[in-house]
Design a protein around this ligand. Structure first.
Ligand SMILES: [Zn+2]
Length: 216
């Protein structure tokens, strides 16, 4: 089973993808993590990724897709994968479809976690991250036990640069221009499932699992 999870920055798709992977026995492939791991690995592909990352250049789509397919080829007994953070635009989606097709595979479902813009902005304004272990909190929705202190490691909590109001608005614009068109792309392919991502994490999770009945 091949799943893709889509959603605006702050929609909670990373959290949902992780939980779905645990609940359904899937491998969660986060493109960011895939690249970080590859850059540290001692393989030809890994050293290419490292060069791009170190020079600050975007890693080309073919390399990201090669990494995904490589990860997919080494799944052991997982029931499938859930892709998080890739594809990010129509070109990447078309390249991924072509690569999967030549391996005799296809995307089975695309989960779109829908959250309105006001809520995305509210979430980002309250988000805090630990400067030591990167655990995330929210001042209203998920506060730490002690104000400003990480529950896990005692580190200091701070607003990430990406979550400052101006940067966050910029990320939303980029998402709307480049990634949101994927919703129509996958709708046309007949694989899109939309769930309301505005409720509590557990509720959203239940809806996602229900949406996958018959597939998972
Ligand atoms: Zn911490």
């Amino acid at each position: 089973m091949y799943l893709v999870i889509l959603g605006a920055p702050g929609a909670g798709k990373g959290t949902q993808a992780y939980r779905l992977s645990q609940a359904l026995g899937l491998v969660h492939i986060s493109s960011g993590e895939l690249l970080r791991v590859a850059a540290r690995s001692d393989t030809p592909l890994g050293s290419q990724v490292k060069n791009f990352v170190e020079s600050g250049a975007l890693v080309p789509d073919e390399i990201v897709i090669a990494l995904i397919l490589d990860r997919v080829a080494n799944l052991d007994d997982a029931k499938g994968v859930i892709l998080d953070g890739f594809p990010r635009n129509r070109e990447q989606a078309a390249s991924l479809d072509a690569a999967l097709a030549s391996a005799g595979r296809k995307i089975d479902k695309v989960l779109y976690v829908a959250v309105n813009e006001n809520e995305l902005v509210r979430r980002s304004a309250g988000r805090r991250a630990c400067i030591k272990c990167e655990a995330t909190y929210h001042v209203q929705d998920q506060p730490p036990k002690v104000d400003g202190v990480c529950d896990r490691c005692g580190g200091q909590l701070a607003t990430r640069p990406d979550d400052t109001a101006e940067r966050f608005r910029g990320r939303l614009r980029i998402y709307e221009e480049r990634t949101a068109p994927l919703i129509d792309y996958y709708k046309a392919a007949g694989v899109l499932v939309e769930v309301n991502g505005e409720g509590p994490i557990d509720k959203v999770q239940e809806e996602l699992v229900a949406a996958l009945k018959g597939v998972a």
